[in-house]
Design a protein around this ligand. Structure first.
Ligand code: PNW
Length: 533
């Protein structure tokens, strides 16, 4: 009797310990972690050209697809444009001053392709545009801030859209020429390059459902796959150009920035939900990461599902294009680190849809939802789920061999003009704490963190209604003055401390109720087991 009881209690005890190591259980309930980031950890903040520069037709700059999109009714929530935006085209010194005050080691910004090549080709190189980026880079270097430069943050020269945009494979060559020009002109001072920002958003939001420029939505089961194919090849060619022609003299590093949410299983104990979660991750992140970071090709689950559906639709070939064997070899391994943008999390279950029109969104047979307890932000898609970042970092570690990784964007929006952005302070505190746990507890190879964004700016289809800035910008004042929010002060202190200092006893937070309950349970079980044995 006593031995039976002791066996069952021992089992309860180990089951309890086991629960503490289960992914969801552990990540969500893991208490705040006080420690420092590794020495040399890179702290940064980011912007992009169209969102901040303005000067839309200065210095013979050519028109790009966002100029065209915002100048055509009625794509933007508040009918605004990026014609002036934060006026960063005229405010280099102001921006560098904000960065200096934050104490960041790096600043991530993007180059506007049509500012330095009006029609996107070598035939129209513009010295005024090149001069602007030279002045910005020099001002950063003088302030001891390293530039991290994105070549393509969504503002394609309109002339290249006019020949079909990313659906036209000729863009591989044009992008390569543009990249080469940037390496030549700026590579003596720029040591960190990103080819593309979030190709997923480019092809799905821009060419799938058309909420972003160029606003194409008539072939959501084909255009995104075709454009992604060109973008992956363009990335690979630009990487090889850097590798062959510039790496040995300039000694920089180059990769791509992919965006991914964490798409976890709705019920972590359901095998079906786990399979759906895996499919959704492969369709979102694997679409681009599998070719570049793994084997030169799309994930098997994508190839299989899209081929089957295409056959059912009576097509002779899959809607997902195929890479040739030599293209696969050319694409595989074209990275020097993993660039990751992350904002939010969803819960995934299986859902079979028989949409009339083939559609990337339904190809993956998955449905997403959110936990009703998750805090909302100013953007309808953004739910605050800090532990999701840790889960995602671990998924990347396990799927792509734990590459060196830079978080190139993470941040939260609101619709307020308040400088007292306590919710943003909490967001950064908790998300960054999960990065620290991923490094220290899970061994993820994260080397840097970037807060999106340096300042409020043009938030694409939402115009100026959604604000992500560490700094407030007054868009009603022609001088576009900037002011630090509470979150800027918080980020500054965090960078200074390189982590989270353990609280002094006076300010120590009380242990959360769940954690306290599990400690008590632990003690009771231990005592019972001892007593019975
Ligand atoms: C990123 N989503 O875009 C971009 O890189 C930034 O330019 C942008 O301002 C920032 O995130 C905030 O939106 C995203 O729907 C746009 O999940 C949409 C999504 C994610 C990222």
């Amino acid at each position: 009797m006593r031995s039976k009881m002791s066996i069952s209690l021992t089992l309860v005890f180990f089951a309890f310990l086991g629960c503490r190591t289960l992914v969801r259980c552990a990540y969500q309930d893991d208490p705040f972690y006080y420690d420092k980031f590794p020495d040399g950890f890179l702290w940064s903040t980011a912007t992009s050209s169209y969102q901040i520069e303005g000067g839309w037709n200065s210095s013979e700059k050519g028109e790009n697809i966002w100029d065209r999109f915002t100048h055509t009714c009625c794509h933007i929530e508040d009918n605004s444009t990026g014609d002036v935006a934060c006026d960063s085209y005229n405010k280099i010194q102001d921006d560098v001053q904000l960065l200096k005050s934050l104490g960041v080691s790096h600043y991530r910004f993007s180059i506007s392709w049509s500012r330095i090549m009006a029609d996107g080709t070598n035939a129209t190189i513009k010295s005024g545009g090149i001069d602007y980026y030279n002045r910005l880079i020099n001002a950063l270097k003088k302030a001891n801030i390293e530039p991290m430069v994105t070549l393509y943050h969504w503002d394609l020269p309109q002339a290249l859209q006019d020949i079909g945009g990313w659906e036209n494979e000729l863009l591989v060559g044009y992008f390569n020429e543009y990249a080469r020009t940037c390496f030549k002109r700026f590579g003596d001072r720029v040591k960190l390059w990103l080819t593309f920002n979030e190709p997923f958003v480019v092809v799905w939001v821009g060419l799938g459902f058309g909420a972003h420029a160029p606003g194409i939505s008539d072939r959501p089961g084909e255009a995104p796959y075709k454009a992604a194919h060109t973008i992956i090849k363009s990335h690979a060619e630009a990487w090889h150009t850097y590798d062959n022609e510039f790496r040995s003299t300039q000694k920089g590093r180059i990769s791509i920035t992919l965006d991914s949410d964490w798409k976890g299983p709705k019920d972590p104990n359901s095998a079906d939900d786990k399979a759906a979660s895996e499919r959704a991750m492969q369709f979102k992140l694997g679409w681009f990461a599998n070719p570049i970071f793994k084997n030169g090709d799309y994930p098997d689950v994508m190839k299989e599902l899209i081929a089957n559906k295409s056959a059912e639709e009576g097509r002779s070939t899959s809607r997902l294009p195929e890479f040739t064997e030599s293209e696969k070899l050319r694409i595989k391994g074209t990275f020097d680190f993993f660039g990751l943008n992350h904002y939010t999390t969803q819960l995934i279950t299986t859902q079979y849809r028989s949409d009339k029109k083939p559609n990337y969104g339904s190809d993956m047979d998955a449905k997403e939802s959110q936990d009703p307890s998750w805090q909302r932000a100013g953007s309808s898609w953004l739910y605050v789920v800090p532990w999701g970042l840790r889960a995602l970092l671990n998924w990347i570690k396990d799927n792509y061999g734990n590459p060196e990784l830079y978080i190139t964007e993470n941040g939260v929006s609101d619709r307020n003009a308040s400088l007292q952005d306590d919710h943003r302070v909490e967001f950064y505190r908790n998300y960054i704490n999960n990065v620290l746990k991923a490094i220290k507890k899970d061994g993820c190879n994260v080397k840097g963190y970037t807060a999106w964004s340096l300042m409020d700016n043009f938030e694409w289809a939402a115009g100026y209604t959604e604000k992500f800035g560490l700094h407030y910008v007054d868009f009603s004042d022609p001088a576009r003055p900037r002011k630090a929010k509470k979150s800027a002060e918080f980020y500054k202190q965090l960078i200074k401390d390189n982590g989270f200092n353990a609280p002094t006893s006076a300010s120590a937070p009380t242990v959360g109720p769940r954690h306290r309950a599990s400690s008590v349970l632990f003690m009771v079980v231990t005592l019972l087991v001892k007593f019975l044995m």
